[in-house]
Write a protein that binds this ligand. Structure first.
Ligand SMILES: NC(=O)c1ccc[n+]([C@@H]2O[C@H](COP(=O)([O-])OP(=O)(O)OC[C@H]3O[C@@H](n4cnc5c(N)ncnc54)[C@H](OP(=O)(O)O)[C@@H]3O)[C@@H](O)[C@H]2O)c1
Length: 292
C-alpha cells in the first residue's frame, strides 16, 4: 500500500480505526474523515503509534450535513491529487428518530446518503487514480431491511433496527448499482459485513431492558481488529483487484439478501438519493461519465 491514499470515514473508532492501523502498517497514507476533532486527535496519536507512521491526516466532516461533506471533499481535493481506496465505514444506530438539517431521517442520511454524496463527489479522483477501490461497510442486518420508497424518512413507523437495517440494505443496493455504472472505468466497489464486533457501536442507544443483554453479548463478539479484516482485505489484496459488485463476509464473497439484488430498487434508490442532494450541480459532471 506504499504510495496509496486511503480515505476512511469514521476512522476514529472501532472497525474504522483498526482498518486505518492495518493499512497504515502496510505503508498507506491514511486520511481519516471524522466528525469530532477532539476524539479524532486521540485516535490519530494511537494510529501513528501503533502503526509506527506519520502518514495520518484528518478531515472533519459530519456525514449528516451535506454542506460539511461538500467542504470536506473540496479540502481533500486541494491537498491530494489521487485516491486509491475509499472506505465508507462510518455508521450508527439511533434509539430515537432524529432528522438532519435537510429534514431526512438521520440513520439513512448518515449510513447511506452521506456516503452516496461523498462517493459521487470523489468519482473523478477515483477514476483518475484507477485501478482504485470503493468499500462499503454494510451489515448482516441488511437482510432484515425493506426500503419503503414512499416513506424513506420512516415517519410514523420508526424503530431503530428498522432504520438501521434499511440503511444497511441501501449500502448493498448502492454497491451493486454503482458497480454496474462503473464498469470499464477501473474502479471496483464491494460491500461487506464485518462480523459482530465489540466496538462503540450502539453504545447508549439501547433501551434499559436491552442494555444488560447487550453488555452480556459483548462476550461473544469479535474485537475491532478482527472486525477490520474484511475491509483491509478488500482494500489491499491482489486477489480482489478485479472483483466488483460483490458482498463479502470473512474475506469471502457470499450472497446478500434477495431484496438487495432487485435491479428496479437499485435504480430507484439511486434516483431518490440524487433527488435528496441539495447541490445536485456538484455531482453532475461525475455522473456523466457513468453508465446509465
Ligand atoms: N459493530 C458491529 O457489530 C457491526 C456489525 C455490522 C456492521 N457494522 C458497521 O461497521 C461500521 C463501523 O462501526 P463500528 O462497529 O466500528 O462502530 P463505532 O465504533 O461506533 O464507529 C462508528 C464510527 O462512525 C462515526 N460516525 C457516526 N456518525 C457519523 C456522522 N454523522 N458523521 C461522521 N462520522 C460518523 C463515529 O464517529 P463518533 O466516534 O464521532 O461517534 C465512529 O467513528 C458501521 O457502518 C456499522 O454499521 C458494525
Amino acid at each position: 500500500m506504499i504510495g496509496k491514499n486511503v480515505l476512511i470515514t469514521g476512522a476514529n473508532s472501532g472497525i474504522g480505526k483498526e482498518t486505518a492501523i492495518a493499512l497504515a502498517r502496510k505503508g498507506a497514507q491514511i486520511i481519516m474523515l471524522c466528525r469530532n476533532e477532539e476524539k479524532s486527535k486521540n485516535a490519530i496519536n494511537e494510529i501513528k503509534e501503533r502503526a509506527n507512521t506519520e502518514q495520518v491526516d484528518l478531515i472533519i466532516a459530519d456525514l449528516s450535513n451535506q454542506d460539511s461533506i461538500f467542504s470536506a471533499v473540496t479540502q481533500f481535493k486541494q491537498k491530494y491529487d489521487h485516491l486509491d481506496v475509499l472506505i465508507n465505514n462510518a455508521g450508527s444506530i439511533l434509539r430515537n428518530r432524529k432528522e438532519t438539517l435537510e429534514g431526512y431521517e438521520m440513520t439513512f442520511a448518515v449510513n447511506h446518503l452521506g456516503h452516496f454524496i461523498m462517493t459521487l463527489l470523489l468519482l473523478d479522483t477515483l477514476i483518475k487514480s484507477s485501478p482504485s477501490r470503493i468499500i462499503n461497510v454494510s451489515s448482516a442486518a441488511h437482510r432484515f431491511g425493506k426500503i419503503n420508497f414512499e416513506n424513506i424518512n420512516l415517519e410514523g413507523s420508526y424503530s431503530s433496527f428498522r432504520a438501521y437495517s434499511n440503511s444497511k440494505l441501501a449500502n448493498v443496493l448502492f454497491t451493486y448499482e454503482l458497480a454496474r455504472r462503473l464498469e470499464g472505468l477501473g474502479v471496483t466497489v464491494n460491500a461487506l459485513h464485518p462480523g459482530t464486533v465489540n466496538s462503540n457501536f450502539g453504545r447508549g442507544q439501547f433501551s434499559k431492558i436491552l442494555t444488560p443483554f447487550m453488555a452480556f453479548s459483548t462476550l461473544f463478539m469479535i474485537n475491532p481488529e478482527k472486525g477490520a479484516e474484511t475491509s483491509v482485505y478488500l482494500a489491499s489484496s491482489d486477489e480482489v483487484k478485479d472483483i466488483s459488485g460483490k458482498y463479502f463476509k470473512k474475506c469471502k464473497a457470499i450472497k446478500s439478501s434477495k431484496e438487495s439484488y432487485d435491479k428496479e430498487n437499485q435504480i430507484k434508490l439511486w434516483k431518490l438519493s440524487l433527488e435528496m442532494v441539495n447541490r445536485q450541480d456538484l455531482l453532475l459532471s461525475n455522473q456523466a461519465v457513468l453508465k446509465t
